[in-house]
Every structure is written in C-alpha cells, then in structure tokens.
Write a protein that binds this ligand. Structure first.
Ligand SMILES: [Zn+2]
Length: 486
C-alpha cells in the first residue's frame, strides 16, 4: 500500500521547484540519441504535457482546540490533510471551511456505521473528532477493508453536514502537511477514488501526544469544546511534464508503418514530505529504474541489428505512473504514432529485484494478463530460447494488469502487457528501494527475453491479437475493433 509521498522537492517554493524528473528525462534522451533512435516527441525526444500542480501553503494554516481548561494550538508540522493511495487523494480539502469556535463532537470509530446514531441536527456545522486504528502494514486485504470503513465514516460525516473531521494519530509525532502537491490533469476529470464516488468530509490528522491527550480528555459525544480553524490557502503552479520517446524505424516496406511500443515509467515517489532526518529520497531502483534501464538497453541492442527489425519500434518512458498512469494516459490521448497501427505494447515494471515476498524469482518473469492476448504464448517461446521461464502468476497476473502503464494503451485497444519479476518485495514504495538490491545477472537475462520477444513481434507479419475467448478482454476487444474501424 503506497504511503504518502511527493515526487517533488519540498524545500523550494513552487516557482523554483527543481524537477529531479527533468534530470532523468535528459539522461534517457541522451541514451536514446546514443542508440541512434530518431527523436519522436514534439520537442526532440520529449513529448510535453502542459499541466499544473495544485498544492497548499501551510503557512496560512491555523488550528486551535479549546476544552474549557485551556487551548491547544496545533502547529502545521503536526498536521496532515487527507490520505493518499496510489496517487489518489482521499478525503481532500476541497472547500475552504473557516471555523471560529465551532462545536466539537467526539465519536468513537468502530466501523463504517459509527456515526449512524447521530442526527443531522446534532452534527450540522460541528467538527467530528475521532481516532482510526493503526494501518496494518503489509496486509493489503485488511488495509483496503479498513480504508473502506473509514471512507464510509467520512461519507456519513459529509451527509450529516460535518465541515471537518479531525483524527488523532498518536503513533507519529510529525505530519505531512497539506499532502502531496497534486498534478492537475487538464484533459481528464481527475482520478476516481478506488473506494467509490460518494462525497466525503475533509479529514485532518493531528499527530503527536499533545493532540492525543486532548482527545483522551474529551468526553464522548457532544461536549463544551470548540475548534478554530483556518484552511491553508491554495497554490497552483503551471508545469511541463515529459514523456521521452525515440523511434527505431522499421526496415520492411510493408511493415515499417506499423509499431511496437516498448515502455516503462521513469518517475517514482520523489522526496518524502516534511522529512527531517534519515533517508528522505525514494530512489525507486526497482520501481521503475529497472524498467527504464531495460527500455534503454533494448533500444541499444535492437538498433544495432542489420537489417533493422521489420516493424518500427517506439521506445518510450512515461512520467507520472505513480500518480495514476498520468503520462501513459496522456500518450493514449496524444499518440506519437497512429494507435491503429500500433500492434502491441511491451511494458516493464520491477524487472530488477528477485527477492519477491513469495520467494526468490530467479530465471522467471511474469507477464500481466498472460492469456489476455497472443503475447503470453509468444513471450513464453522467447523465454524458452533465452532460458527464462515466462509464466502466468495464478492471482497476480490478472490482478496487476491494471496496475501499470499497459492499462492506458489496453483501454484504447492495443494489446498491451507488463513484464515483472517481483510483484511485491520488501522495499516496495519505501526509501530502501536501492540499486544494490537489484539482481543484475538475472535482470540481464530477463531483458534479453523481452528484447527477443519484441523482435519476434516486429518480425512477424501477423500482428498480436486479444484473446476473445477470455471474457476479461471484452472491453479491450471492443476498443480494438473501434480502433480498427471494424
Ligand atoms: Zn512502478
């Protein structure tokens, strides 16, 4: 389960924010140039997406809790707004409530129905205070169940006219402020919450022992306490984000106007918000430095072939995967080569580490949506030739199909899959995802397999097909038919 993190530096004020992502983009472009790929973007190797960042200025934040005995002033460093999961902000502050001496109600959270005994008359205009259970690390199923219950609670609070919910967190002393700076995608309506589309009240976590003491001292239900609150003001900053794309032009007069996409995402989670000590950088060596390196290596290997592959191959690295497939969805709406002529996308995620939580994955690579198209069998043959077992994971193969940038292309009809070695590994979305934990010998074998399979697609006049016998492909088959005018 992803933690809260920003992919930006947070020390600079927005206009001067340094984009570490730009350094990576420049590096990848240089490698594409070295491999002899043609620039395929709108600006050399770059495909530029204009967007803006939406954040909040915690300097204008104010929170005072009064209980008759005294007043507790909560500092910005003890506050966190909302909860972020897979790039979606839950329980965000959308309105700007300003509360002066609003009433408080202490509610004990047990499950999604914990507010059911209250009436609108009792809660309208009042702040609800509660405490959520500690998030179960490493137990996704339980984590999602808990989030679902919390979301029910937040939806109920909204329905009862609660302008703000304050949850006390005694486990950690520091907050993360107004949450990550969010990417505003002007062409889409923003990401839907994975927990449903009911409107919810905004949530503010108050961290540390002082807040917990205030909470513990409150009697349950209505009390004499009051809250004064000023929301941090909104800041919008325009930004340009870049996919990096290079083309290896095909050699066959009939097939060269058809394309295979080889891709990975080059963003990760950036720098920890409000990080004061220790390792503050999310390196993402495996997720997805490994896939990015694989794209560059396959580009180098295939561009050295003489004659070149028959079909053209577009090598592309996407921004914003961790924010919800933003870069690949942008590409899906603004393709650099015709989508109807794009026969397949081969995406790579987490191909470096073999220390999967289910056990070592040496000499093995999984393809998501393995039997959704003819590509599963093709890559199985490529693996036989290169000594890597390409397999269908019994549960993760289908469950992870929508978890990476292949989804954006599948949605527009292109047979698209993601290669991975470790689905879950100890440092997943943690600062410890470091380069020295990569199994380089194994990664080389896996990259050879993907390169060989890509070449097989590029050489075969028969384009890959969705597997229409699998009911899970129905919407992709429909999109493919639309794309092909059938
Ligand atoms: Zn990833």
């Amino acid at each position: 389960m992803p933690g809260q993190a920003s992919f930006l530096t947070s020390e600079a004020s927005p206009p001067e924010r340094s984009w570490r992502l730009d350094l990576a983009a420049e590096y990848i472009a240089a490698q594409f140039r070295r491999a002899g790929l043609e620039p395929a973007g709108d600006d050399g190797y770059f495909q530029t997406a204009k967007s803006s960042l939406s954040g909040r200025d915690m300097k204008s934040f104010e929170l005072k809790l009064a209980n008759g005995a005294g007043v507790l002033a909560v500092g910005a460093e003890q506050a966190t707004f909302g909860f972020q999961i897979s790039g979606v902000q839950l329980w965000a502050l959308d309105a700007e409530p300003t509360l002066a001496g609003a009433g408080l109600v202490k509610a004990v959270f047990k499950d999604g129905a914990s507010l059911d005994s209250f009436t609108r008359e009792q809660l309208q205009g009042k702040v609800v205070m509660t405490e959520f259970p500690t998030f179960p690390r490493g137990d996704r199923a339980r984590g999602f169940q808990l989030l679902g219950a919390e979301n029910e609670f937040m939806a109920k609070a909204h329905a009862l006219g609660v302008p703000l919910v304050i949850a006390f967190d005694r486990e950690s002393a520091r907050g993360r402020g107004a949450g990550s700076v969010r990417l505003v995608d002007p062409e889409s309506k923003g990401r839907q919450s994975p927990l449903g589309d009911k409107p919810t009240a905004p949530l503010l976590f108050v961290h540390g022992t002082q807040g917990a003491q205030f909470f513990d001292a409150l009697p349950a239900g209505m009390g004499p306490a009051t809250v004064t609150f000023r929301a941090p003001s909104r800041i919008e900053t325009p930004v340009s984000l870049r996919n990096v794309a290079g083309l290896l032009r095909g050699s066959d007069p009939l097939l060269r106007d058809t394309y295979v996409l080889v891709s990975a995402h080059y963003d990760h989670l950036g720098v920890r918000d409000n990080c004061a000590e220790g390792d503050c950088v999310f390196n993402g060596a495996n997720d997805d430095g490994s896939g990015t390196v694989a794209v560059v290596e396959i580009a180098s290997a295939l561009s050295a072939l003489n004659p070149r592959p028959k079909r053209s191959i577009l090598f592309i690295t996407f921004f914003g995967e961790e924010l919800g497939l933003v870069g690949s969805r942008f590409y899906g709406r603004n393709p650099l080569v015709p989508l109807s002529k794009t026969v397949a996308q081969v995406n790579m995620e987490q191909v470096g580490r073999t220390d999967d939580s289910e056990g070592a994955q040496v000499g093995r690579a999984a393809l998501t949506g393995f039997d959704y198209s003819t590509l599963g069998a093709l890559f199985e043959r490529a693996g036989e030739a290169s000594g890597v077992v390409v397999y269908k994971h019994p549960t993760n193969s289908d469950a992870f199909f929508g978890r990476s940038d292949n989804q954006a292309l599948a949605d527009v009809g292109v047979p698209a899959h993601t290669f991975g070695v470790a689905f879950e590994f100890p440092d997943y979305h943690a600062v410890g995802d470091h380069w020295e934990k990569i199994d380089y010998a194994n990664m080389e074998r896996v990259i050879r397999t993907v390169a060989l399979g890509t070449l097989m697609i590029a050489e075969d006049p028969q384009a890959p097909r969705w597997n229409e016998a699998n009911p899970k492909t129905a919407k992709y088959v429909e999109a493919w038919k639309k794309l092909q005018g059938k």
